[in-house]
Design a protein around this ligand. Structure first.
Ligand SMILES: [Zn+2]
Length: 125
């Protein structure tokens, strides 16, 4: 496990999602790594994510997988307000109710052996 990955998991253990931010590109990066994938600079800074985003795409998974996750569940790509996209699960949501562009907010859950940022429908404002 790299230092960056270890740090990322430390934050998850505290119930927080932190992203790296490239000071050169002025863009957020996910997943954690030692260099910016665009400019290859290593001047990356950790910033706490607000944990808000929108569903970019999703699929409903009916088959039991190796992670012994309850089925069906919603596998999704979520775009965070910070601009990064991550592969995740949508929880506390009926598979019939999820839709593209649905506002979501982060929760941290144990999936298999690991803590993972997942998302649930955002509370109405
Ligand atoms: Zn960069």
């Amino acid at each position: 496990m790299s230092d960056q990955t270890r740090k990322y998991h430390q934050y998850l253990n505290q119930g927080e999602l932190w992203l790296q931010y490239c000071l050169n590109c002025k863009k957020y990066i996910f997943y954690p790594r030692s260099h910016c994938p665009v400019c290859w600079q290593s001047e990356l800074e950790w910033r706490k994510s607000q944990g808000k985003g929108r569903v970019y795409s999703y699929s409903i998974i009916y088959a039991q997988s190796m992670t012994d996750h309850e089925v069906p569940y919603i596998y999704s790509l979520v775009t965070l307000e910070e601009g990064v996209r991550l592969a995740t699960h949508i929880v506390e949501c009926d598979p019939k109710e999820v839709y593209v562009d649905m506002p979501v907010e982060m929760a941290i859950r144990k999936i298999g052996e690991q803590l993972m940022p997942v998302f649930k429908p955002a509370a109405p404002v």
